[in-house]
Design a protein around this ligand. Sequence first.
Ligand SMILES: *Cc1c(COP(=O)(O)O)cnc(C)c1O
Length: 427
Amino acid sequence: MDKRIYLCLAHMSGQEQKYIQEAFDTNWVVPLGPNVNGFEEDLKRFVESAPNGKTMDWAVANGKEVVALSAGTAAVHLALIALGVQAGDEVICQSFTFCASCNPIKYLGATPVFVDSEPDTWNIDPDLLEEAIKDRINKTGHKPKAIIVVYLYGMPAKIDEIMDIARKYDIPLVEDAAEGFGSRYRGRVCGTFGEYGVLSFNGNKMITTSGGGALICPDKEAKQNVMFYATQARESYPYYQHEHIGYNYRMSNICAGIGRGQMTVLEEHINHHKQLATLYTQLFAKIPGIAFHGCPSEDIDSNYWLNTITISPDLHVKGEEKAYAEKVQGAVGGAAGVTHSAQSTHTECEPNRNVEAIRMALDAAGIESRPLWKPMHLQPVYKGCPSYVNGISESLFKQGLCLPSGPYVSEKDAARIVTVIKQHIEP
Ligand SMILES: *Cc1c(COP(=O)(O)O)cnc(C)c1O
């Protein structure tokens, strides 16, 4: 049996331990310190860089600042706090995403307004976004407080169009680039276009700090404000004085040490993900009924965090009649942290049988794959939230599959993955 191939596993550079050792040697085992500062500087340098490693022109004029945090979810939460989102407000969020993009809206007692995707990048549809804004103003008399755009699987959104609408209605934009670290739009790093940009360094992301995230802020003042809320909102008195509710969201100096080591292999990781994308593109080009999701234009430069395909509903796959016959035990693919067992074999909206059959066939061959994110407007927990829907994300969810993409996936592995899929297609 070949080794099991996972979706995206953390991969160390070997430099991490040096920075962690330094933290111990200098007794900085706390949520601040030299690694936190060093990691933030590394991140700032990277997000301002052009594809050739030089600093971009816009960065010279208006440099961004970066705050290292305990998670990407914390970064979303703090971005919304920094933008003044309060209970009763509405915040627009791309529906096609992981729950961490919108859960913080609920943490604040605000209401998410979900907007569907366009078919080119799979991210928020600019036309539908404008329709949603107009309709919310009509219905509530208020503008939504913020717009959250997501770079799904690393693919940049149609940023120019989205920024135009955000400017037109004067609504701040938050970019959830948790999956899109190192993706670029017209050469510029994703997460630097909007008011705030979210990064994640969870174990399965482009780089990892074991768990962690960062918020890209517009300037030093905004960074100070975010740090204030990330460290329990302490006022500068000799004693503990609190005039706001804060959070314990700062990154630890140990995690930041891992991050500094990871920054030395970031470009290498991105290149590896992109090479796999090129290979998958070639291999799937020969299989009718399966489409690889590639960059739709020259402006859009995905990091291909996860490589994804869609499977035509007309394609017949061996074993599809047995799909969903049994309840899944534990998390699909063995992902950590699923402690609620499934209550039923079906839900109201699930991937097509042929997709599930391919997932099961890959799993049996020791290959992890996963359906696309189930859109938030279809999630029971968000039932009743306003949503502006065109059917795109629901249709993608039913047809899509994420394939192994990390640094541990070799070109030989990719070829084997495509072969297993091919072998299960009925003529
Ligand atoms: C992973 C992820 C997050 C949250 O990041 P954590 O570091 O896991 O909290 C947010 N948004 C999206 C789209 C993600 O994929």
